[in-house]
Design a binder for this molecule. Structure first.
Ligand code: DON
Length: 309
């Protein structure tokens, strides 16, 4: 297919981004609070762009699987909204928190209702709601089916060692879950909901797979239609305002696109109507978001003129 004028030159831009990433001397710090992730080589960098014309353009380590971690919260939210509809918003808010992704501070003042579905507390509530009386295994099966359908690729799996590793060390998440259970905002026992949540975070994907999986959020003709157009708009709005935690304002300022990061170093970025982008570099900035990944999509959005503003 011929690229439209807005995407001509994309391959040259991707080449420049890869060169800049390879030359970078400050790659951030790999997350080590999940021991299984601490040993990931910080020298890796991958980027993949799925365009509205159906073509896909990738550079670097775009075929190396990584732990998607909090990027999974986007798929979980789509599933929970499918199950509960707007009733979900009685249990989780839609405002940026301005605090770290794993903070417990606001829960005490705000009756155990997390600020948004992308901070850990909010994502735990979303998973709890998505379980909706089903066993974790059934929910995880549905999550994988959703992601595989979105990516049109069945070779996407959960890394049990990563899930186990986080189960053993995830004391903050246990604290958040117990605190919300005490406020009546968790339907299931904390260990059950967190079992599902840790496995959800341990899904592994390549940049190429993740970029394809994000196409349902592009709002472009011919893309997989897994949720309504209304929901696509709302999920993108939440990604823009809350997808990078206390770094969300800075990401919007620099990139100007909805994005969702994970501590594995991945970021899913949507250029509405144009592209679904996945970038991965394991080293993180102070807010727990990929350092080179952010720099890469900042350059991509600027050079391609893709900012929504
Ligand atoms: O719950 C956690 O702490 C991790 N499983 C996911 C956190 C995460 O990815 C934050 N993102 N940048």
């Amino acid at each position: 297919m011929t690229a439209d004028p807005g995407t001509a030159g994309l391959d040259a831009v991707l080449g420049d981004i890869l060169a800049a990433a390879r030359a970078s001397t400050d790659r951030g710090r790999v997350a080590d609070y999940i021991p299984e992730l601490a040993g990931v080589d910080p020298g890796q960098f991958g980027l993949s762009v799925a365009l509205a014309d159906g073509s896909q353009h990738s550079v670097g380590d775009a075929d190396v699987p990584f732990s998607i971690q909090s990027v999974s919260k986007v798929f979980a939210l789509a599933i929970a909204l499918g199950r509960l509809g707007d009733r979900l918003w009685a249990r989780v808010g839609r405002e940026p928190s301005g605090l770290a992704f794993n903070s417990i501070l606001q829960l005490e003042h705000e009756q155990g209702i997390p600020r948004n579905p992308f901070i850990n507390a909010g994502a735990i509530v979303v998973t709890d709601a998505a379980l909706a009386g089903h066993a974790p295994r059934e929910y995880l099966g549905e999550l994988l089916r959703f992601i595989r359908a979105a990516a049109e690729d069945d070779d996407i799996h959960i890394n049990d060692a990563v899930a186990r590793s986080e189960t053993e060390t995830g004391h903050r998440n246990f604290a958040l879950a117990h605190y919300m259970r005490a406020h009546g905002n968790l339907d299931n026992p904390p260990e059950l909901t967190l079992g599902a949540y840790f496995h959800q975070c341990a899904v592994e994907m390549t940049c190429a797979q993740l970029a394809r999986a994000g196409r349902f959020l592009m709002g472009a003709p011919g893309m997989p239609r897994l949720v309504s157009a209304d929901r696509v708009r709302r999920i993108n709005a939440l990604m823009l305002t809350c997808g990078h935690y206390d770094g969300s304002g800075d990401f919007a300022f620099r990139v100007g696109l909805p994005g969702k990061s994970g501590v594995g170093g991945g970021i899913l970025v949507i250029a509405p109507g144009r592209a679904s982008v996945a970038v991965w570099s394991p080293g993180l900035n102070a807010q727990g978001n990929s350092k080179l990944g952010t720099e890469a999509v900042e350059m991509l959005a600027r050079r391609m003129g893709w900012s929504v503003f």
